[in-house]
Design a protein around this ligand. Structure first.
Ligand code: NAD
Length: 423
């Protein structure tokens, strides 16, 4: 539990750029953290302002959040922010950061939605400015309560990782928000496997992608890709990411071996339950590889509330966790229970640059990626390549494991440094 460290009242100005889907949730989370944790425990309060050009979004914001229609007006009229929270659409990120740093050089910290910028070159152009400030990027999924620090219950202590399958996508053919295509979508799975499972520097080995117009606001982008990546520890990551899936699928499955069995820890994100509530879940299965038969042996189903920091409990969701950990880290608060979470989950400048480089491999100039040119059609959606294991036949599971084996055969005998250590 955090100890009371700071008694002198302190107000921190936070400017939230964009009050759309993510920005409005950040505002909710920051207010909650301020009121239930920072104020009662440390006498620190966050004073929020928002920059939002769409007046329709203003009414939903709390009265104590000052709203400005553009960054220029905010920089002139709002209290000078110590922290900028960047939740504009991707195409506005680089320009907004340059403007902020030019006009307000003493800004101390940037909390940013992913991706930091649309291109690696844009991120490199900001390196100098960013390296002099605190940076934390929200990759969202890394902050899921389903990713506790230990291996999920059901996994044998000596289980050895053998590889991953990931599927991340949905139907975005009717979504009019600007998009750079699946490089943006792929950040979640890539960052999860890189950071939480320690598979650094994922390199694209081979794959196939479809390029064309996703919507009128996302032309000539890669919107569909099936590929194999490999990290420094040589384990294969078989990855399906797409904006033309039949429905939303967000899953990362880590495969292990122990005592002649394969085990799968299948993490599913944003799963809609029968009660309509959306949660993240982890199922652990033991798999008989010869028959392709799965037996459930454990898993995790987190509670929706009660993160349990400070005097009051906080919503146990990903955006609250991201903001809480970033604020604790930025403010240098000693908080033992969150130390391990911080070191693993927070994405600072080096990790941001690594992720930008990883997703930039998904580009039309990459000779390792076969390309088809075709525009999307809502009539041509497809199922994911890797369905949830409980919905998969024995024959399909056998074929999937055979594919994983063939991708990993040359590294089977090599000890795996680092990574996710089962209890
Ligand atoms: N929606 C998600 O689930 C999700 C998940 C992860 C990351 N993200 C990231 O979060 C960021 C925001 O996405 P979103 O889904 O909230 O989009 P959104 O369109 O819902 O919100 C963005 C808001 O920013 C405003 N805006 C953009 N540029 C502006 C400018 N120059 N001046 C004033 N207002 C401006 C828009 O009016 C809009 O309300 C993106 O970088 C996206 O990749 C979104």
């Amino acid at each position: 539990m955090a100890e009371q460290q700071e008694q002198v009242p302190r107000v921190i100005d936070v400017m939230v750029l964009g009050a759309g889907r993510m920005g409005s949730v950040h505002i909710r989370a920051m207010r909650e953290i301020s009121q239930r944790y920072l104020e009662p425990v440390f006498n620190i309060s966050l004073r929020l302002s928002a920059v939002e050009r769409d007046p329709q979004k203003w009414a939903a914001l709390p009265d104590d959040v000052a709203v400005f229609a553009d960054l220029e007006q905010a920089l002139q009229e709002a209290p000078r922010p110590e922290i900028a929270m960047l939740a504009f659409n991707d195409d506005q990120h680089a320009e907004a950061l340059h403007t902020l740093f030019d006009r307000h050089p003493d800004i101390q910290a940037v909390f940013s939605e992913k991706p930091l910028t649309e291109t690696l070159a844009e991120a490199q152009g900001l390196l100098d400015d960013l390296s002099r400030r605190y940076l934390s990027m929200n990759t969202v999924i890394n902050f899921s309560p389903v990713l506790n620090d230990d291996a999920p219950p059901g996994l044998p202590p000596d289980a050895q990782l053998i590889g991953f399958e990931a599927v991340w996508g949905k139907d975005r053919t009717a979504d009019t928000r600007p998009s750079i295509g699946v490089p943006s979508e792929s950040v979640h799975a890539i960052s999860l496997i890189t950071d939480m499972f320690g598979q650094r520097n994922l390199a694209l080995k081979h794959g196939h992608a479809v390029v064309g117009d996703l919507t009128a606001n996302a032309r000539d982008v890669i919107y569909d890709m099936q590929a194999v990546f490999e990290g420094e520890s040589d384990l294969p990551v078989r990855f399906d990411t797409s904006y033309v899936l039949d429905s939303q699928h967000r899953r990362v499955t880590a495969y292990y071996e122990s005592a002649g069995y394969v085990y799968a820890a299948e993490y599913s994100f944003d799963v809609k339950g029968a009660d309509g509530r959306v949660t993240d879940l982890c199922h652990v299965y033991q798999i008989d590889e010869d028959e392709g038969l799965i037996s459930p042996v454990g898993g995790v189903a987190p509670q929706p509330i009660a993160m349990g920091n400070g005097q009051n409990q906080l919503t146990n969701d990903r955006v609250t966790a991201y903001n809480l950990l970033s604020l604790i880290d930025y403010l240098g608060i000693a908080d033992k229970p969150t130390e391990a979470m911080i070191s693993k989950r927070l994405i600072s400048l080096d990790a941001v640059m690594a992720i930008q480089g990883e997703i930039e491999q998904i580009n039309v100039g990459n000779a390792l990626l076969g390309l088809t040119r075709r525009d999307t059609s809502p009539d041509h959606l497809r199922p994911p390549l890797y369905k949830a294991l409980a919905e998969t036949t024995g024959a399909e599971i056998k074929a999937r494991l055979a594919g994983l084996r063939s991708d990993s055969q040359h590294v089977a005998a090599v000890p795996k440094p680092g990574g996710f250590k089962p209890r």
